[in-house]
Design a protein around this ligand. Structure first.
Ligand code: FMN
Length: 237
């Protein structure tokens, strides 16, 4: 393995609909990429392929992620659109194993007494991105002489969830094209993480994202057919 990104051949785009070959191809990409030597010119995974191929990864190899690779991913975050270009996103990159372990302890399950499926992943992977938003930017406009920020829509401040969601999608897709895995985590103790990381009152935590070199190639989880959620002209009766 020479550590270079494997360029995709045309016929390889077709394998996405073929599960065993998709897994084999994903393994090939991961093995090539996990040496963390980016050949930027050879990042040839197209957008549609990355969208379809990306999976939530819950098993990781312990290898670190280089600054160059991490910066490439954060650059993708930087270019996400935002409400009136207000760019409310604030990202905390956590690498310290002790902090990651403490963050993993804040994960919760939707079932009483259950365990979040991403708990071990957070301990194993080299990076956790704590995705936050500065409040009163997305969905707000400035009013009057004192430039008071008022909500522009009935959704109030919740537009920051949308803006940060776009950022995190960029991150997960960029990570995938570099052979890295991610998993979003929405179930955790927000107050505990806020206190632990010293997040101020004007900043809200949106999610935690685990980032690292995958040690599994999970099967594709099913999606609804277009006919089940895309409607023509009006909402069906
Ligand atoms: C907002 C959000 C929160 C999520 N929270 C969790 C979580 O707390 N734990 C976990 O293991 N997976 C979590 N996931 C991952 C989903 O379970 C996963 O994306 C979904 O099952 C589809 O699988 P795929 O990502 O492999 O396509 C979350 C995903 C999203 C978008």
């Amino acid at each position: 393995m020479n550590g270079k990104r494997l360029p995709l051949k045309n016929q390889e785009h077709a394998i996405l609909d073929d599960e065993p070959r998709r897994r084999d191809f994903a393994n090939k990409l991961q093995n090539a990429a996990c040496q963390d030597k980016i050949n930027k010119e050879a990042i040839t995974v197209d957008v549609m392929q990355a969208i379809k191929e990306r999976r939530s990864i819950r098993k990781y190899r312990p290898q670190p992620i280089s600054e160059e690779t991490l910066n490439t991913i954060l650059e993708a975050a930087r270019w996400a659109p935002s409400w009136a270009n207000t760019q409310c996103r604030r990202l905390i990159v956590v690498r310290d194993p002790e902090t990651k372990t403490k963050l993993a302890d804040t994960l919760r399950s939707s079932k009483p007494g259950g365990k979040n499926s991403a708990t071990e992943a957070m301990r194993q992977a080299p990076v956790v991105i704590v995705a936050c938003a500065e409040r009163a930017l997305s969905g707000f406009y400035k009013s009057g002489e004192d430039q008071q920020r008022l909500p522009s829509t009935e959704k109030g401040e919740w537009w920051y969830m949308f803006d940060v969601g776009l950022v995190m999608q960029n991150i997960t897709l960029a990570a995938h094209t570099l052979g890295l895995g991610t998993v979003h985590i929405g179930l955790f103790d927000v107050s505990e993480v806020t206190r632990m990381l010293g997040i101020p009152n004007n900043v809200a935590i949106v999610e935690l994202l685990v980032l690292g070199w995958p040690d599994e190639t999970p099967a594709t989880r099913p999606r609804k057919e277009l006919s089940e959620f895309v409607f023509s002209e009006k909402y069906p009766a």
